[in-house]
Write a protein that binds this ligand. Sequence first.
Ligand SMILES: Nc1ncnc2c1ncn2[C@@H]1O[C@H](COP(=O)(O)OP(=O)(O)O)[C@@H](O)[C@H]1O
Ligand SMILES: [Mg+2]
Length: 304
Amino acid sequence: MSETITETETATESTTDSAQTTSGESQERLREEWTHYRFDGPPKLSVEDLNVWYGDDHALKDVSMDIPEKSVTALIGPSGCGKSTFLRCLNRMNDRINIANIEGSVELDGSEIYDPNTNLVELRKRVGMVFQAPNPFPKSIRDNISYGPRKHGDIETGLLARLLGRDDKDEEQEIVERSLKQAALWEEVSDRLDDNALGLSGGQQQRLCIARCLAVDPEVILMDEPASALDPIATSKIEDLIEELAEDYTVVVVTHNMQQAARISDQTAVFLTGGELVEYDDTDKIFENPESQRVEDYITGKFG
Ligand SMILES: Nc1ncnc2c1ncn2[C@@H]1O[C@H](COP(=O)(O)OP(=O)(O)O)[C@@H](O)[C@H]1O
Ligand SMILES: [Mg+2]
């Protein structure tokens, strides 16, 4: 009898249509408490009831999650479950996709980023992004780094700088060196800063893209499968770097590599088919003792 009551009660919670999953997931009701991750301090990012549609395709469903600062949050899940879509919502990159319709709330330090008055240039300076395939500009290593700071006015140029006795070349050199050191690339490129960035190896190009992101002093760094195009040695360098960056920055990283998520992240969010956030908790808890059967099946390789 108690079974019947439980059935009725849970039926009123958010439900999922997992019957038509393409990847062999078992059926299961979502439970809100599985995604309520508790941590000390205010969230750096707070996402509430986020929904994204591409035309009629409902790609992200009612996702709510709080992301703590100065740590690594991993987003995992099978291909097509909405990880990149979610990540792009965090600095309004989806705004650039015409057919995307976004509803819900994302707060950065308590301020709504979807407020119509949000300055998108400023937002994307605070919340930077690194993509799957390294995408340096076809310019020198130095110019790749200084492009952002120049655009944002962090490198003083013109009359005012001259009046203040500042030489923008010195400022540029400082930012270039600082950023490349932070991205663990300085030693490898310090003697060829004026060479074209496209001459670097894939792993170096990706660290350059991370340096370019760091050059504008972001607070949050979003990374979408940043190592998936790299060989194991380059991958391990990026993984070390991500862990180091989390001492000063809030890092949110999408990966389809579960070992990678387990190695580098403090907390892990699991998205499954249909654009649902199913479980979000300490990385150890997710990998050792998840609440959701579907998450357990995914982690143990039963589907995905
Ligand atoms: N620019 C886009 N236009 C139309 N549909 C998209 C676009 N980007 C993603 N989608 C769709 O949204 C869903 C989630 O995609 P995505 O966020 O890329 O998932 P993941 O990163 O987990 O592989 C998929 O069904 C995908 O086809
Ligand atoms: Mg993706």
